[in-house]
Design a protein around this ligand. Structure first.
Ligand SMILES: Cc1cc2nc3c(=O)[nH]c(=O)nc-3n(C[C@H](O)[C@H](O)[C@H](O)COP(=O)(O)OP(=O)(O)OC[C@H]3O[C@@H](n4cnc5c(N)ncnc54)[C@H](O)[C@@H]3O)c2cc1C
Length: 432
C-alpha cells in the first residue's frame, strides 16, 4: 500500500516549491521530493549566488569610478573567503526558512529522488511507494557536459561558487547568458578572462545591443575569441590548454569554466514506464496548461525547456496550483513577453520581440526607434561607454512589440516596461 496524497511534486526548486505551497494553502495534502538542498538551482547554484557575485563586481566597479571622480581610494581586492562565507550564510538562511514554512504548512518533505512506477505512483530511493491523482514534474536542469577529452579539467557553473580566490587567468567557454555573466563578473573581480564562443553571442537578445555589449567587454579587457569550438582540454589543473576545431591552441589558463548549456533532469525519472513524451533535447513536452502526454502528470519550470527563469517557474507553479486545487480550470501562465536580463557589465535586457524576430513576422511594417547616450555618472568620471535603448514597433499606431536596453540600471528598468508592453503599449504613450 502506498501513502496517498492529493499532490506529489518532484523537485523543490522555484517551480516545485511554489506549486506545493500554493496547493497546500488551497487545502491539498502534498508530498514534495528532492534529494538535494531546498530551493533548487536558483537559491543554491543559480540566481542568488550569481547575483551576490554580480553585486560584488558592482562594488569593485564603483570603487574604480569613485577613484576616477576624485575619491582618494585605491580599489581594494575582494576577500573571497569572507565574501563566500557571508553569501553561503545568507543562502543557508533561505533554506532554513523554506524548511520551517514547509513544516508549518503541513507539506510532507521527502529528502530523496523519486521516480515513476505508474502514472499515479512514484517510489523514493528506498523503494517506498507514494500515490496521488496529480503528480508534478519540476526536476529542473543541470549544466551540460561535453564528451570531449579533458572536460574534467574545467568547472561547471555549479562549481564556480566554491572558489575561495580569484583565478589569475580564466577561460570561459560558451556564448549564452551564463558564460557572458561569469566572464564579466570574474573580470570585474580582477581575473584576466578569455571568452571562447563557438557561434553567436547571446543569440536571443537584440543583435545591435549585443554588438555594443561585446565591444564594451573587449574595451574593458575581456578577450572574446569567436568561432572557437573547443574540442579538447589538456594539461593539469592550474595549467590548462584548450584546442579548437580549427586546430588552434588557447591558454594556458589557471582555471576553466564550461558554460555550454543545460540538460533537463528527465533521465532516471522512469518516464518511459509511464509514456510521458519528451522533446528531442529531453525536455518534458507540455501544452499551454502544463499537461504532459499522460493525464494526471504535469510539468513546470526548466524541465519543460520554456524560458528557463525563476519568475517563470514560480508563475507557472502558481497558475498550476490554482487550476488543480483553486477552482480555476482556465488558470495558466502566459508565456508571452517575458523580460530577461543578462547581468553583464553593463547589464543588457529585453522584453518582447527583437528586431530580427519582428521583421520575420511583420516585414516592412516594423519601425525601429533607437537611441544611445552616456549616463551622467560615467561622463563625470571621464568615461564614454554608451548606453542604448531600442524600441521595436509595428504599424501606423506603432504598437510596441519589443523594448531592449543596455547600460547601468537596465536590469531594473525593464520590469515596469514589461507590464506596459503586455497591456498594449503604443509609442505615443511613451512619448507622452
Ligand atoms: C548560473 C545560473 C544563473 C541563473 N541566474 C538567473 C537569474 O538571474 N534570474 C533568473 O530568473 N533565473 C536564473 N537562472 C535560472 C533559474 O535558476 C532556473 O530557471 C530556476 O531555478 C528553475 O527552477 P526549477 O524549479 O524549474 O528547477 P530547479 O531550481 O533546478 O529545481 C529542480 C529540483 O529538482 C530536484 N530533482 C532532480 N531530480 C529529481 C528527482 N528525480 N526527484 C526529486 N527531485 C529531483 C533537484 O535536486 C532540484 O532541487 C540561473 C541559472 C543558473 C544555472
Amino acid at each position: 500500500m502506498s501513502q496517498r496524497f492529493d499532490l506529489i511534486v518532484l523537485g523543490a526548486g522555484s517551480a516545485g516549491l511554489t506549486v506545493a505551497r500554493r496547493a497546500a494553502k488551497l487545502g491539498a495534502r502534498v508530498a514534495l521530493f528532492d534529494p538535494d538542498a531546498l530551493g533548487g538551482t536558483c537559491v543554491n547554484r543559480g540566481c542568488v549566488p550569481k547575483k551576490a557575485m554580480w553585486f560584488a563586481a558592482q562594488w569593485a566597479q564603483a570603487q574604480r569610478l569613485a577613484a576616477d571622480i576624485g575619491f582618494a581610494v585605491t580599489p581594494a581586492p575582494l576577500d573571497w573567503a569572507r565574501f563566500r562565507r557571508q553569501r553561503d550564510d545568507y543562502i543557508a538562511g533561505i533554506r532554513q526558512r523554506y524548511a520551517q514554512r514547509l513544516e508549518a504548512e503541513g507539506i510532507a518533505v521527502v529528502p530523496s529522488a523519486a521516480h515513476f512506477v505508474a502514472a499515479d505512483t512514484v517510489v523514493d530511493g528506498d523503494g517506498t511507494p507514494y500515490g496521488a491523482p496529480q503528480i508534478v514534474i519540476a526536476t529542473g536542469a543541470r549544466p551540460r557536459r561535453l564528451d570531449i577529452p579533458g572536460f574534467g579539467l574545467g568547472m561547471l557553473s555549479d562549481d564556480i561558487f566554491a572558489l575561495d580566490a580569484a583565478p589569475r587567468h580564466i577561460a570561459v567557454v560558451g556564448g549564452g547568458y551564463v558564460a557572458v555573466e561569469f566572464a564579466c563578473v570574474m573580470h570585474a573581480l580582477g581575473c584576466q578572462v578569455d571568452l571562447l564562443v563557438r557561434g553567436n553571442l547571446l543569440s536571443s537578445f537584440d543583435d545591435a545591443l549585443v554588438g555594443e555589449l561585446a565591444a564594451q567587454m573587449q574595451a574593458r579587457g575581456i578577450r572574446i575569441v569567436r568561432d572557437a569550438e573547443v574540442v579538447a582540454a589538456q594539461g593539469t589543473p592550474g595549467k590548462i590548454g584548450l584546442r579548437d576545431a580549427g586546430g588552434a591552441g588557447h591558454g594556458a589558463y589557471d582555471a576553466l569554466l564550461w558554460a555550454v548549456g543545460r540538460t533537463p533532469n528527465t533521465d532516471g525519472l522512469g518516464l518511459d514506464a509511464v509514456d510521458v513524451a519528451l522533446d528531442a533535447k529531453g525536455h518534458v513536452r507540455v501544452d499551454a496548461f502544463q499537461n504532459t502526454s499522460v493525464p494526471g502528470i504535469t510539468a513546470i519550470g526548466d524541465v519543460t525547456g520554456r524560458h528557463a527563469l525563476t519568475p517563470v517557474a514560480v508563475a507557472a507553479g502558481h497558475a498550476l496550483a490554482q487550476r488543480l486545487f483553486g477552482g480555476e480550470p482556465q488558470a495558466r501562465f502566459d508565456y508571452e513577453a517575458i523580460p530577461s536580463v543578462v547581468f553583464a557589465e553593463p547589464p543588457l535586457g529585453g522584453v518582447g520581440l527583437t528586431e530580427r524576430e519582428a521583421r520575420a513576422c511583420h516585414g516592412d511594417a516594423v519601425r525601429i526607434h533607437a537611441g544611445s547616450y552616456t549616463p551622467l555618472q560615467l561622463m563625470v568620471a571621464g568615461h564614454r561607454e554608451q548606453s542604448m535603448v531600442k524600441l521595436v514597433c509595428v504599424g501606423e499606431d506603432e504598437r510596441v512589440l519589443g523594448i531592449h536596453a543596455l547600460g547601468p540600471g537596465s536590469d531594473e528598468l525593464l520590469q515596469g516596461f514589461a507590464v506596459a508592453l503586455r497591456m498594449g503599449l503604443r509609442r505615443r504613450d511613451l512619448k507622452a
